[in-house]
Design a protein around this ligand. Structure first.
Ligand SMILES: [Mg+2]
Length: 188
């Protein structure tokens, strides 16, 4: 299968690092679990959108972003069993180099730049599955939609919208295993 994988808050904890960065700079004590909207600035009343969105632009920021548990191990196993993996990310050009070197290739060294697709129109990308925490990236795509749980999508009814909600990479591995068996059955 061609498995498309989002980066932020799917394989690494951008939101946690971002909220921590804003808290430290502006003296807030917001928890990432309180960020109920895709727009992170809504969790920081009193700050402008620019103040909040400047945090990931700061040099050194991406060094503070940590990988999500089991993501590297499971992606490695998918590749070893013959699946094609593509990271599909809407990363801004301003911090592209730092993000790729400090996060993607640091924690996922078995991936190469050939496996990275940068776009904010993920529906234009062809693949069997997309794993993403952004509902807007899954809606309307021609792939099987796996929604990685994040604070901003916690109340979204994934099942009613044709998506499979998961919370961990162990769960993702099970879902991919099930899809493999289904595809195997339908092609027999
Ligand atoms: Mg994301």
């Amino acid at each position: 299968m061609i498995i498309l994988v989002d980066m932020d808050d799917t394989i690494e904890y951008l939101l946690r690092a971002w909220v921590k960065g804003v808290n430290e700079k502006y003296g807030y004590c917001v928890s990432s679990e309180e960020v109920a909207s895709w727009d992170v600035s809504t969790a920081f009343p009193g700050l402008t959108r620019k103040q909040v969105y400047d945090i990931p632009m700061q040099p050194g920021f991406w060094k503070t972003v940590e990988p999500i548990e089991d993501a590297a191990e499971v992606l490695g196993r998918f590749m070893a069993s013959g699946h094609e993996i593509f990271i599909v990310t809407a990363t801004s050009y301003e911090y592209m180099y730092e993000k790729m070197s400090e996060v993607l290739f640091r924690y996922f060294p078995f991936l190469s730049w050939d496996q990275v697709i940068v776009t904010s129109r993920k529906q234009m990308i062809r693949g069997d599955v997309l794993i993403d925490d952004g509902v807007h990236n899954l809606k309307g795509g021609s792939y099987v939609k796996i929604l990685m749980t994040a604070p901003h999508n916690a109340s979204y009814d994934a099942e009613a919208n044709g998506m499979i909600r998961v919370h961990t990479w162990k769960e993702i591995e099970k879902v991919i295993g099930r899809l493999e068996r289904e595809i195997g059955r339908s092609s027999r």
